[in-house]
Structures are given as structure tokens and as C-alpha cells.
Design a protein around this ligand. Structure first.
Ligand code: NAI
Length: 451
């Protein structure tokens, strides 16, 4: 008998297992593929690994502006992929070691929830039936495929297949200019593919600040990426993607197509019907503690459809375990950073100006080009990055920070901490930032706001 059965070994599941094991609970963690989930095995980690290689390659090719010339620069995809696999293995092994350390029983196999037996939950894994007093569902999400003719052909990939590709396609077409599409488009553009992104909406990168989205599009276009905006894919033919633009049919050649039109929570075939848990718009509905509609059943990570980011999943898993342990804790979503690991990167946290106004705040805002910053200027010749801040005028607190430019993924947590701690802008101005660092731009932009 386990204190808790956790279904799914991605960021929400394995972090929750670690916390629960650390608190002395008897934990079973069920995983059908590999520990680490999509993020480690076919998402965040492998994509960042290969993007680092393409960035190095691109820097080597274009370093003349810094006074550096490299001859006979080459890109070896096989070595890049081997290194990526080595990193995945090492991190996977690390999670396994952590599970052992915290005495978590890892059950490899597809778990299916069975009807309850008395007060106990039952999960079938192969021939085994696990029993538990509590249940945490962390099954994650799966890539959506748009239902157009030809979408099931073998050259139409999702994030899973694309990160194992063993050749560089000449013509690479991305359907969906969101986070996954743009990151992978950056990689292939940098290593020499002719990349086209077909996006349904008039702008790329979803709900981010429109000025930042515009800059990102221009910067990626400089890498040779072609954007087809306001375009609806209608069919995928023989190495051809057909889309509707202004009511007319157009086509683009594709050796490989990446389908990156969003992800849906994975709620099917896990036996949820045996729990009768409340599902809302395809996701398991949860409250601020991660509790579902059924007592003693929690859900965390992509399966609850709330934020669909690995770092959100970590925290949600932790909140669920704290709730099981009776420790007061709630999930707050107002300071969750979002990063797009394109080159240049985008990092945002909190409200945009229009969101803040919609939420009823009296808003002050400011913007600075990153070229205002010494370190950025030193290291980013010709960079067009910007930083925007949004402030609540009434309380003098920071509501949002939005940056495009190198290093922003590594500094956005600072802004998240400021928002989370409800620091007043006057207090932030007294914090000493290291100089010269790009992070100073946050403080400098705040100084430019008329509060
Ligand atoms: P997404 O929701 O970010 O972007 C999907 C894009 O596809 C949207 O721009 C949408 O307008 C477009 N689209 C939808 N239907 C279309 C159609 N029929 N034709 C053309 N365009 C269409 O989804 P994405 O990129 O697949 O990412 C999935 C999830 O993974 C997201 O929830 C994201 O948060 C997460 N993720 C996060 C990363 C990060 O934090 N850096 C990296 C990768 C994924």
C-alpha cells in the first residue's frame, strides 16, 4: 500500500515524487516511457542542446564583425545528436538516482486507473496492481495534429521525431509559429535549411508583446526564415504544404514538416472514467492546491491545462504534495516566466501593459533598447533587443518585464522574484546589480518609467 501513486514521470511527477519521498511518504511513480517526460527526453533539454550547437556554428560563421574569422567551419549533425543523447542519458540517470535516494518505487509501464477498492485507489501497470491512499495525475500533454489531408505522412514530424532527425532537410516547413515552431525553425535556419513558418494568426509567438513579436520576426527573417502569416494550412501533399493566403491557395516545398500547433492534455486511456473526475476543455480541472473534483486526487503539470510549462509543473507538483501533507501552500500564476529560446531569446514575466490595464491597474510603463547597456553593446553587435517594464502606479510595484535579446532567459528569474515578492520599484532601485551585466537593463528601464 502506497501513500501516493503518481501517474507520469515528467517534471510534475518526478519532482512531486522527490518531495513526497523526502517527507517520508511511501511513493510509487509510474512512467510508461522515460523518466523526465517530454521536457527532458523530447522537448526543453534536447532542443536547447542542439540550439546551442547551431548558435556556436552561426557565431563561427558570422564572427567577422567582432574581428574573428574562422575558416572551414562545419556542422556535424551526428555529433550534435550524440551529445544531445548523452546529456539526456545523464539527466535521466540523475532522476533515477534521486528516486532511489528518496525511496520512490519507480514502476516502468503504462498505468491505468481502475475503479476504487474501498477507500483505496488502484492503478494497473502491466500485470501489477498498485494500491494507494492518494493519487496524483501528472500525465502531461501530447502534440496536436491539425486534421488536414496528408497530416499523417511520415515526413510530418512533431517535437518528438524532429529532435531525433539524422539529416538536415533542404526545405523545412513549420506549421505553427509558436514556441516550439520558432525554436526549431531557428535551429534549421542556422544550419542551412530553407525554412518557412506558416502561421494562422497575423503575428508569431502567440500572446507576447506585439513589438517584441515584431522584432523577433525581423531578427529571424535575417536568418533566412520566411514567414507566411494569416495563412491556413489546407493540405499536405507529396513533399508540399498547401495553405490559404488571402483566399488563394499557395504551396511551399517541404522535405520535412514540423507540426507545432499546440499541445493537448493527456487524459485519454488512463482510466479517468473510473474516477469520474471533472474535465474542463480537455484538461483535468484543479483548484489552487492542485485538488481535482474527487477527494484525494490531485493533478499537476500540462494535464491540468493551466500553464503548460515545465517550471510551472515543478511548482504545481510541489504544491500538491504540500497539500497532501497538510502544509499550507497555493499555486500562484502571476509571476511565471516564459522564455522562447530563439536567437535572440525572448523572456517575459507578468502582465503586458494592455493586460495590466484590462485588470484594472493604473499603469506606468517604460522601454529601453538593450543597446543602452554596456555589456549588451560589447557582445551583441547590431542587436535590436529591447526591455519593457510595466508598473502599478498606485502601489509602485512591478507588474511585468518583457525582454528580447541575448541572456534574457538567464535574468528573467530576477524580475519574477521582484514580482513574486511584490517589491516596490523604489526598493528595486536600491538593489545593487553586478556591472557590467545585461541584467542592469531592468533597473535602468525602471528608472525611465514616470511613476
Ligand atoms: P503554441 O501554442 O506555442 O503555438 C502554436 C501556434 O500554432 C500558434 O501560434 C497558433 O496560432 C498556430 N496554429 C494553430 N493552428 C494552426 C494552423 N492550422 N495553421 C497554422 N498555424 C496554426 O504551441 P507549440 O509551439 O506547439 O508549443 C506547445 C506547448 O509547449 C506550449 O504550451 C508551450 O508553452 C510549450 N513549450 C514551451 C517552450 C518554452 O517554454 N520555451 C518550448 C516548447 C514548448
Amino acid at each position: 500500500m502506497h501513500d501516493v501513486i503518481i501517474l507520469g514521470g515528467g517534471p510534475a511527477g518526478y519532482l512531486a515524487a522527490e518531495r513526497a519521498g523526502g517527507a517520508g511518504m511511501n511513493v510509487a511513480l509510474v512512467e510508461k516511457r522515460n523518466l523526465g517526460g517530454v521536457c527532458l527526453n523530447e522537448g526543453c533539454v534536447p532542443s536547447k542542446t542542439i540550439l546551442h550547437s547551431s548558435k556556436l556554428y552561426s557565431h563561427a560563421l558570422h564572427a567577422q564583425k567582432y574581428g574573428v574569422s574562422a575558416k572551414e567551419v562545419s556542422f556535424d549533425l551526428a555529433t550534435v545528436m550524440q551529445r544531445k543523447n548523452k546529456i539526456i542519458q545523464a539527466l535521466r540517470k540523475g532522476i533515477g538516482t534521486t528516486m532511489k535516494k528518496f525511496k520512490v518505487t519507480v514502476e516502468g509501464g503504462e498505468g491505468r486507473i481502475l475503479p476504487k477498492k474501498g477507500d483505496d485507489f488502484q492503478v494497473q501497470v502491466g500485470d501489477k496492481i498498485l494500491a494507494g491512499k492518494k493519487l496524483l495525475i501528472t500525465t502531461g500533454s501530447e502534440a496536436i495534429r491539425i486534421p488536414v489531408p496528408g497530416a499523417d505522412q511520415d515526413f510530418v514530424y512533431t517535437n518528438r521525431e524532429i529532435l531525433d532527425i539524422d539529416f538536415i532537410p533542404q526545405n523545412f516547413v513549420v506549421i505553427g509559429g509558436g514556441v516550439i515552431g520558432l525554436e526549431i525553425a531557428t535551429f534549421f535556419a542556422e544550419v542551412g535549411s530553407k525554412v518557412t513558418v506558416v502561421e494562422l494568426l497575423p503575428a508569431i509567438a502567440g500572446p507576447i508583446d506585439s513589438e517584441i513579436s515584431g522584432i523577433l520576426q525581423k531578427e529571424l527573417a535575417k536568418k533566412g526564415i520566411t514567414f507566411k502569416l494569416n495563412c491556413k494550412v489546407t493540405a499536405i501533399g507529396d513533399k508540399l504544404v498547401t495553405y490559404e493566403a488571402d483566399g488563394k491557395a499557395e504551396s511551399v516545398s517541404a522535405d520535412i514538416v514540423l507540426m507545432s500547433v499546440g499541445r493537448r492534455p493527456l487524459t485519454k486511456d488512463i482510466g479517468l472514467e473510473n474516477l469520474n473526475v471533472y474535465i474542463e476543455r480537455g484538461a483535468i480541472a484543479v483548484d489552487e492546491h492542485g485538488r481535482t473534483s474527487i477527494p484525494n486526487v490531485w493533478a499537476a503539470g500540462d494535464v491540468n491545462g493551466t500553464s503548460m510549462l515545465a517550471h510551472t509543473a515543478y511548482r504545481e507538483g510541489e504544491v500538491c504534495i504540500n497539500d497532501m501533507l497538510g502544509k499550507p501552500d497555493i499555486m500562484r500564476y502571476n509571476a511565471i516566466p516564459g522564455v522562447i529560446y530563439t536567437h535572440p531569446e525572448v523572456a517575459t514575466v507578468g502582465y503586458s501593459e494592455s493586460e495590466a490595464i484590462d485588470k484594472g491597474h493604473q499603469v506606468a510603463s517604460a522601454k529601453l533598447p538593450l543597446s543602452y547597456n554596456g555589456r549588451y553593446l560589447a557582445e551583441t553587435e547590431g542587436g535590436r533587443g529591447i526591455c519593457k517594464v510595466v508598473i502599478d502606479k498606485t502601489y509602485g510595484t512591478l507588474l511585468g518585464v518583457h525582454i528580447i535579446g541575448s541572456a534574457c532567459s538567464e535574468m528573467i528569474y530576477g524580475a519574477a522574484a521582484m514580482i513574486e515578492a511584490e517589491l516596490r520599484v523604489e526598493d528595486i532601485k536600491e538593489i545593487v546589480f553586478p556591472h557590467p551585466t545585461v541584467s542592469e537593463i531592468i533597473k535602468d528601464t525602471l528608472r525611465h518609467a514616470k511613476t
